[in-house]
Design a binder for this molecule. Sequence first.
Ligand code: ZN
Length: 297
Amino acid sequence: MPELPEVETVRRGLAPVMEGARIVEAEQRRPNLRFDFPEDFSARLEGRRIEALGRRAKYLLADLSSGDVLVMHLGMSGSFRVVEGPDTLAPGDFAHARSKNPRHDHVVLHLETADGAPAHIIYNDPRRFGFMTLVPRAGLEAHPLFAHLGLEPLGNALDGAWLASAFAGRKTPLKAALLDQKLIAGLGNIYVCEALWRAKLSPMRAAGTLVTRSGKPSVAAVRLADAIREVLAEAVAAGGSTLRDHARTDGSLGYFQHSFAVYDREDEPCRHPGCRGTIARTVQSGRSTFHCRTCQR
Ligand code: ZN
């Protein structure tokens, strides 16, 4: 499943082609993905200009000249390909190889780019857990998909003080609190494991322990906020460098996997200098947690 940095990488790969482009034709090849497409989906896209391509949590948001927003979610296996002339570029890198089987090409946007050139955005999704819908911009924040989303973790708003205010009094395990989409939007299992390891904090400790008695952030809270922003920023940077690599090649996409420090490294030695611990895997709320019992307290 693509995580937040990968969705941001996809956005950065699509934006140069999509922003300012006009949708000449929108081919919808099935009635539904995870959900039904809206009625008149193609008609509401065709002829519109894409004014900006943004992101909220793991949703890509294409603002259209009509005032609608095309909301796109990649689900488990969704991906985009960009076809411009002879080149094919698939933005974003996923831990799972992505399908190029045209049988799973469900939506094709035929564009005239801001430069007047033809381009095609192809959405492929073998498992069809992704979806697309149209929401009026004016009602976006109140829409059920977005109304309860918490803070954007890639922004500067995530700091120790914010964590302290969000976690004050909470007895839930730190890992569960970090995965709560109503608090922080889009931070997934992999990056929570990585950030907790980097901050040397146990996923099991109560979230409220990051707050001092006077309600201020503890040193650990500041360390954790820094760690979250760092692991995400590094992943986005890694994704960006692979985008450039792909743009240079003939467009055939290599298989790329981020190297994680702790995620999926059960029984391997902890990589913190001086730590002799071993990475353990436990299951919390049905999800695997990878952590070092020796240095994560
Ligand atoms: Zn360790």
